[in-house]
Design a protein around this ligand. Structure first.
Ligand code: SF4
Ligand code: SF4
Length: 365
């Protein structure tokens, strides 16, 4: 096969194993290497010190796979279809009725499952189903095997290296380089027709495969994500201060959460989807076709009070096989305390608003 034929072939392989997008870039140092270095030097990664390690490898796949020629990037959609709306709160006069500026476009939240009777702590959508790492690795292993068998011109098998999150590769940068999408103002990859709610994976290989063209930036004058972020984690478009991001604070950060950021966390127990929920490119994103990502019993919310009372075995049992286990029990309980405090404060404000409103519940229908 020629490199151009291999490009079409690898895309067929990816589609056959249930991946939603596939693109190819040259195995070369990332174009925005200086930006990444400056971002780290500015302390934007917070306590994610592991990002400083293996930086040379992260920026250049040729450093961790000898003879690397191509990077096959894939996307696996985890977007969930809109859930049934939560039980009507309009009947509850104690709840404020002002529109939520962070209300999602797709109507899937703020979700309160029928199982959920307590204070809902929201779980980011990517963690509603099975942990994606094994799902992605299984699919990439099939592609990698085919690449290996295709072999090099001298008859040797091609070298391959699978990268899923933990491997030293800046997946977002390579996804953009492989033409999967553009990096939006919210710093996530946006793929036309797919949005941003997908997982990335890669196979670095010594096989020559034709590269795909770049996709131009379509953010235009939009700034919905920047304006919606409750903790002002975007110092500027296309720049993220991870140390202020709810996803970082609730999942990666091990210590106490700074006081000034707690109220912005709102109902988020694990992660945050706000800057994706408000993005117009996610409005009509298709639902995932991956059965492993079907929402499990902890999705879309967990009762924050119950989490606070969990013992280690209860935590393990409730979250077995899910990405929520990435946050240790003490971290989830820290997050649950913040969610409960925020809920109490919101209820107090709603009560005050209701008391100030007149003539009362019955007459404003
Ligand atoms: S995930 Fe949430 S906290 Fe983080 S940048 Fe997006 S909106 Fe802000
Ligand atoms: S919300 Fe608007 S600015 Fe932000 S990533 Fe989406 S399109 Fe770009």
């Amino acid at each position: 096969m020629t490199p151009i034929e291999r490009n079409a072939w690898v895309k067929r392989l990816a589609a056959d194993v249930g991946l939603d997008r596939c693109g190819v870039s040259r195995a070369a140092p990332v174009a925005r290497g200086d930006y990444v270095r400056q971002w780290l030097e500015a302390g934007r990664a917070g306590s994610m010190h592991y990002l400083h390690r293996f930086l040379r490898q992260r920026l250049d796949p040729c450093t961790f796979l000898e003879g690397a020629a191509s990077v096959v990037m894939v996307a696996l959609n985890h977007h969930q279809p809109p859930l049934k709306p939560p039980p009507s709160r309009a009947e509850d006069c104690s709840v404020a009725r002002s529109p939520d500026p962070h209300a999602p476009l797709s109507g899937q939240s703020p979700p309160r499952s029928e199982r959920e009777q307590g204070v809902p702590g929201r779980i980011a959508m990517y963690a509603w189903g099975e942990d994606y790492h094994d799902v992605m690795k299984r699919k990439l292993a099939l592609i990698a095997e085919s690449l290996r068998e295709e072999g090099l011109a001298d008859g040797r098998p091609a070298a391959v290296k699978i990268c899923v999150d933990t491997a030293p590769l800046l997946e977002r940068e390579f996804a953009a380089a492989a033409g999967l999408g553009w990096i939006g103002k919210n710093t996530l990859v946006l793929a036309p027709g797919l949005g941003s709610m997908f997982f990335l994976g890669a196979v670095v290989t010594s096989l020559e495969i034709a590269a795909d063209p770049l996709i131009p930036d379509h953010c235009g004058t939009c700034r919905r994500c920047l304006d919606a972020c409750p903790t002002q984690a975007f110092p500027a478009p296309y720049q993220m201060d991870a140390s202020r991001c709810i996803s970082y604070l609730t999942i990666e950060h091990r210590g106490a959460i700074p006081d000034e950021l707690r109220s912005g966390i709102g109902e988020w127990l694990f992660g945050c989807d706000i800057c994706q929920e408000v993005c117009p490119f996610n409005r009509d994103a298709p639902p995932t076709r991956e059965p492993a990502f079907a929402p499990r019993s902890h999705a879309p919310t967990l009762d924050a009070q119950r989490v606070l009372e969990w013992t280690p075995p209860q935590y393990q049992e409730a979250l077995r096989g899910t990405a929520v286990r990435r946050a240790k029990l003490d971290m989830l309980q820290r997050n649950a305390s913040i969610v409960l405090a925020n809920q109490a404060s919101a209820a107090q404000q709603a009560d005050s608003a209701a008391a100030a409103a007149s003539p009362g519940c019955a007459s404003d229908r």
